[in-house]
Design a protein. Structure first.
Length: 354
């Protein structure tokens, strides 16, 4: 790994000393410019306070916002614009790339399944098109099939913009996972092997049209993210995301910050950390006058990964709280339950509690 340029370190040390973390609507906001400006993460005092703040935010909230995160503004805005162009198309044209039981990638809206719980349209795509094998069944993890993205013909720039954004956000996710590992006292590359094959990560474009009766619907109902790490970009001028505060159970509206990205730990980090970092409930509120767009990257491990509390964090005073389970089987069971609307309880990590 290359050495950090000493001149660059000196330039950072002579910058005005702004606080690394501030409070905005109680959700921590962390400036990570010192990280994304370096070619790699190094063991020096420049990032120690960032690691500490990320650890504190993950433990207290499970959520935080990052600013100066390294994804160029124009790439994010291009992705938002392309998404809005797609969702503005006629319904019949969007249905040409609709997802189905065989392929979970593509377009979906509440009208296709008569799902009145969530008021939104979505478009999903994987970060590694055509080379993302997933299990055919949770009962047979050896039998896999490739998942292929369903790209729309319009707007014509959609695929290029979407793939470019995927590369950028995947880099950021890798950095954030290393920071989270260090905040747990682990080696920075502790999660690298688990995430080396991106077979289950994907990006979801969410479009929430104005809702005539916002008191009767949610954009997304209360839930926890099942995977590893989630990175969310949202509109700057329309609020919607609400996070359930751990201390008292109150719902806290996350105020958009221009250019910021929202990060939250998922169920898998909760298990790996043995409940030190908790995957927290959140939901999306709809608006009667304005539409809203969000872009969500779900950073997940390979389907063959076995999930259990990390042995480095387990001792006589902190015994393992979860039985091990296979991520692919867990994910497939969740997807089948959601898509087929089976009248059974959705699989949760609590089912593996010891």
């Amino acid at each position: 790994m290359a050495e950090v340029n000493p001149a660059f370190i000196q330039s950072i040390e002579h910058r005005p000393k702004n606080p690394t973390i501030i409070e905005a609507e109680e959700i921590p906001v962390i400036d990570i410019s010192s990280i994304t400006s370096l070619d790699h993460l190094s063991n020096n005092n420049i990032i120690d306070d960032i690691i500490t703040n990320i650890g504190n935010a993950s433990e207290k909230w499970g959520f935080f916002q990052v600013i100066n995160h390294g994804i160029r503004h124009e790439k994010l805005e291009n992705m938002k614009l392309a998404a809005r162009k797609f969702f503005s198309l006629a319904v019949e044209e969007k249905k040409n790339v609709a997802k189905d039981e065989d392929n979970p990638m593509g377009y979906h809206d509440t009208e296709l399944t008569k799902n009145v719980r969530d008021w939104k349209q979505v478009f999903d795509y994987t970060t590694k098109d055509g080379c993302t094998p997933i299990p055919v069944s949770p009962d047979d993890l050896q039998a896999v099939k490739p998942v292929t993205n369903r790209w729309p013909q319009h707007p014509p720039e959609f695929r290029e913009v979407a793939e470019e954004y995927a590369k950028e956000v995947e880099k950021l996710a890798s950095i954030m996972l290393e920071l989270i590992a260090r905040s747990l006292g682990l080696a920075g590359n502790r999660f690298s092997e688990l995430f080396k094959d991106q077979t289950t990560s994907f990006i979801r474009l969410n479009y929430y049209p104005p809702c005539p009766s916002p008191h009767l619907a949610l954009g997304v109902g209360r839930h926890k993210d099942a995977g590893g790490l989630t990175i969310l970009a949202q509109d700057d001028d329309v609020e919607g995301l609400e996070v359930r505060r751990k201390t008292d159970g109150e719902w806290i509206r996350v105020k958009p910050i221009h250019g910021a990205l929202i990060i939250n730990v998922g169920d898998l980090i909760q298990v790996w950390s043995n409940d030190k970092y908790e995957s927290v409930e959140h939901r999306v509120i709809v608006n009667s006058e304005k539409d809203r767009l969000s872009i969500v990257f779900f950073y997940n491990p390979a389907h063959y990964v076995t999930v259990k509390p990390l042995e480095e964090l387990i001792n006589d005073q902190n015994v393992a709280k979860y039985k091990e389970f296979n991520w692919g089987a867990f994910l497939m069971t969740r997807k089948n339950t959601n898509f087929k609307k089976l009248n059974v309880e959705n699989l949760q990590i609590s089912h593996y509690k010891i």
